[in-house]
Design a protein around this ligand. Structure first.
Ligand SMILES: Cc1cc2nc3c(=O)[nH]c(=O)nc-3n(C[C@H](O)[C@H](O)[C@H](O)COP(=O)(O)OP(=O)(O)OC[C@H]3O[C@@H](n4cnc5c(N)ncnc54)[C@H](O)[C@@H]3O)c2cc1C
Ligand SMILES: [Ca+2]
Length: 402
């Protein structure tokens, strides 16, 4: 063999071996083909970095989530699972991972940490098609973000939910760094609650080409079938009712020729020229695919002012001092407090006594509910919900407000 051919062959061998060494596979839990009894939760992707699967079984372990994944090579891989131990004192959200039917020895959601990668394995991957399963052990809200397999034993997945982690995910998932173009619109409405839906439908009927970007699979926001707090004005609102009455399904407004609804798309950033918003970037909550929505006009109907915030608009939150607007009921000093979240629950009367699982980590309802004792009886709502989280940041700490 001539020297340069030998060199080329050696180089190829080195490159091949490093390619095999570097073999790595990222599986997003939200991309599982069959969620079983787990549910997709994309609510906190801006805070913790990605949608995840949640095992919400009210104390009964939910059915396994299952999928099949293509591997580049058979061989030994080190496994990492990103999970959250949501009550470190009790580890209620524990789960297992099965690789080709074999349960890994490690238990996840029990390492005493917030969102973190937990190392497991190594595992021997025998073929190029690998079956994965998430097995819930408790029915108490186990959370799995992703599973990472690396042939290189020194590979460590990024822990901080920042742009570097997002870019690492895109690379491993084979997604482009630059978002695809969603199309050109006259108006982009972000958020498909009552406000966004009414704005989008009205604008489309007035002749604008409208994109409605909604992170959930249905419209309606707080008033949707998912939450159930419909709009109520105390006076008839037939035009709003006509629009919101269609919010339940996933194919509403098929006949509005100027309106395109993009479901399961979570807006996550804006692009600006000077002080003007040029486009909104949104991420698909199952595939991670990103789209760019360009328009001369945008409506921020996210309910929390996210688009304005990302664009750098002035904002304020919390309560101002009574001195600012001369309001007698406002506090002496300004603070960061906001309205908490409402926890709604439904009860039915059983015919005979029923057992209730032990939940030693739960907040005692009687204590919290007792806070309402100061409110005159007539003004109290019926006892089917209470509010929690007033002392917390309802955006940054939303996951701590179950
Ligand atoms: C407990 C409770 C009781 C209430 N009672 C009443 C009442 O009796 N009468 C009444 O009129 N009002 C009531 N309201 C208020 C009413 O629900 C809200 O004012 C109304 O829902 C606000 O509508 P919205 O469209 O602005 O926001 P939302 O309903 O919050 O909708 C925002 C939508 O935007 C989506 N979204 C958010 N961020 C993004 C993003 N980054 N990308 C894509 N989509 C995004 C959300 O998923 C949501 O679907 C109540 C609210 C609560 C919480
Ligand atoms: Ca994920």
């Amino acid at each position: 063999m001539r020297p340069h051919r030998l060199l080329a062959a050696m180089l190829t061998a080195i490159l091949l071996s490093s390619a095999i060494k570097a073999a790595e596979v990222l599986v997003e839990a939200e991309a599982f083909a069959d969620f079983g009894g787990w549910v997709l939760d994309p609510q906190f992707m801006d805070q913790m970095g990605s949608p995840y699967l949640l095992a919400h079984g009210l104390g009964k372990p939910v059915a396994n989530a299952k999928t099949q994944v293509d591997f580049p090579e058979a061989g030994a891989y080190h496994v990492w699972v990103r999970a959250k131990d949501w009550v470190p004192s009790h580890h209620p959200g524990r789960f297992k991972v099965l690789v080709d039917g074999q349960e890994l020895a490690e238990t996840f959601g029990a390492n005493g940490q917030d969102w973190s990668w937990q190392k497991a394995g190594p595992v021997e991957i025998k073929g190029k098609k690998v079956a994965l399963e998430l097995k819930d052990l408790t029915g108490f809200d186990g959370r799995c973000d992703a599973i990472y397999f690396a042939a290189n034993k020194d590979a460590v997945p990024p822990d901080k939910p920042d742009e570097a982690m997002a870019s690492w995910r895109r690379k491993l998932l084979g997604l482009p760094e630059t978002p695809g173009e969603a199309g050109q619109f006259d108006l982009v409405v972000v958020g498909g609650g009552v406000a966004g839906t009414c704005a989008a439908v009205s604008a489309a009927r007035l002749g604008l080409r409208v994109a409605l970007v909604q992170e959930r699979p249905v419209l309606g926001g707080n008033g949707s079938v998912e939450i159930g707090i419909g709009p109520w004005a105390g006076v008839p609102t037939p035009r709003v009712d006509e629009i919101t009455s269609k919010c339940g399904g996933n194919q509403p407004y098929a006949n509005e020729k100027n309106l395109r609804i993009f479901f399961n798309m979570h807006a996550c950033a804006v692009q600006k020229v000077g002080t003007r918003i040029e486009a909104v970037i949104a991420t698909n909550t199952s595939t991670g695919q990103q789209l760019r929505f360009a328009a001369p006009l945008f409506v921020d109907a996210t309910g929390d002012g996210w688009i304005g915030y990302w664009a750098g608009a002035d904002f304020r939150r919390g309560r101002e001092s009574y001195r600012e607007f001369n309001e007698s009921l406002a506090p002496n000093e300004a603070d960061q407090r906001t309205h908490g979240n409402t926890v709604t629950f439904r009860t039915t009367l059983a015919k005979e006594p029923v057992t209730f699982p032990e939940v030693p980590w739960a907040i005692e309802v009687s204590k919290v509910y007792a806070q309402m004792a100061n409110i005159p009886k007539k003004q109290r709502d019926p006892p089917h919900f209470w509010e929690y989280g007033q002392g917390l940041d309802v955006l940054a700490e939303a996951e701590a407000i179950p």
